[in-house]
Design a protein around this ligand. Structure first.
Ligand code: COI
Length: 355
């Protein structure tokens, strides 16, 4: 697709919150990027428009059968004033992998990247600068055809919205309390667990609410077949350090291939640590806690970056991890990734893209 990108600027600028007031995902910028798809035209008319409501027919397919996808990445403003995206190429590839799984027509990877750099550039004044803040980029595709039959739609809407954000969890980098659940399942291999699509997150809400009412921040999901192997924590990938081994579950089709997960694996391998992508049963975790070898547990994700787990409750067993404090490796990973994201240290891995 070679259409030029049209830019229509807003005439009514929205009010920007102060950096110190930012939480997650409740403020949006002045503009959004939009591209349409029709079967006979392909993806067409890429443009920047003022941010505003979508007008959808009540029969729009996505509202009924959830044919959709989204991505989430961030733009950071460094102390040098420069704005950098973190590993956008990985997000582009994952967007198209999800598109394939959801029967959504693929987008030109160059257009996707261009849509992110263009809209961030148009709204660059919205990228906050305080530590821990960033501009969250939310690309989304919805099946926009008004049709009630169950089949892939013939019309789609791609849009990208931007939200200046602070910490994802109110706890920030403080260790969170997690309930291990075996009553509900989120995904199974062959299902949608590895796709960044709405249904995956809808499936997680009930269990998370139940856990929150009991005073937990999130749940630790076990695999959907045996209800035995740990899979994800809330909406994040899970990692542990047992003895000297850094462990995370393998990408077996039911968990998301997180970009932060990949970054942590790259860093820990670079640092020469003993790193395994392997199945870990909840019994192994309990056993390690009993033996005193469960050193650290943390979640990885774009929104929170690294989130230390201070406590795990499984049935009637409570496991306090590292005395409820942030582990040494957890902190090192957070500091290293954040330093790369803000350009505080040189990006020697080609992970950032300046806008
Ligand atoms: C993440 O970035 O870790 C997430 O998956 C959360 C997002 C869906 C808000």
């Amino acid at each position: 697709m070679s259409d030029a990108i049209r830019v229509t600027r807003t005439t009514t600028k929205r009010e920007k919150p102060k950096d110190k007031d930012l939480s997650f995902g409740n403020v949006f910028t002045d503009h959004m990027f939009v591209v349409d798809f029709q079967e006979e035209k392909g993806w067409y008319d890429p443009r920047v428009e003022p941010y505003g409501p979508l007008s959808l027919d009540p029969a729009t397919a996505v509202l009924h059968y959830g044919q959709s996808l989204f991505e989430g990445l961030k733009a950071f403003r460094g102390k040098d004033g420069r704005i950098r995206l973190f590993r956008p190429d990985k997000h582009v590839r994952r967007l198209n992998r999800t598109a394939e799984r959801m029967c959504i027509p693929a987008l030109d990877p160059e257009l996707v990247l261009k849509s992110w750099t263009t809209v961030v550039d148009v709204d660059r004044d919205w990228v906050p600068s305080a530590g821990g803040t960033s501009l969250y980029i939310r690309p989304t595709i919805i099946a926009s055809e008004a049709f009630l039959g169950v089949r892939p739609a013939k019309e789609y809407l791609y849009y990208v919205i931007l939200s200046p954000v602070g910490a994802y969890y109110p706890e920030g980098m403080n260790p969170v309390r997690i309930k291990v659940i075996d009553k509900y399942v989120r995904a199974v291999p062959g299902g949608l667990g590895e796709a960044k699509t709405a249904a995956n997150y809808a499936a997680s809400l009930y269990a998370a609410e139940e856990a929150k009412h009991e005073g937990f921040t999130q749940v630790l999901w076990l695999d959907g077949v045996h209800r035995k192997y740990i899979e994800e924590v809330g909406t994040m990938n899970i990692m542990l350090k047992i003895g000297d081994e850094v462990i995370t579950p393998p990408l077996n089709g039911s968990l998301l291939a997180g970009v932060t997960r990949d970054s942590v694996l790259a860093l820990t391998r670079e640092w020469g640590l003993y790193v395994s992508e392997r199945l870990v049963s909840i019994d192994e975790v309990v056993d390690a806690a009993d033996k005193g070898t469960l050193r650290e547990v943390w979640g990885t994700g774009t929104a929170a970056v690294i989130s230390p787990v201070g406590e795990l409750v499984y049935k009637d067993r409570k496991i306090v991890v590292n005395g409820g404090r942030i582990g040494e490796l957890t902190q090192r990973l957070y500091d290293t990734i954040v330093d790369i994201q803000y350009g505080t240290v040189a990006d020697t891995r080609g992970w950032t893209l300046e806008v």
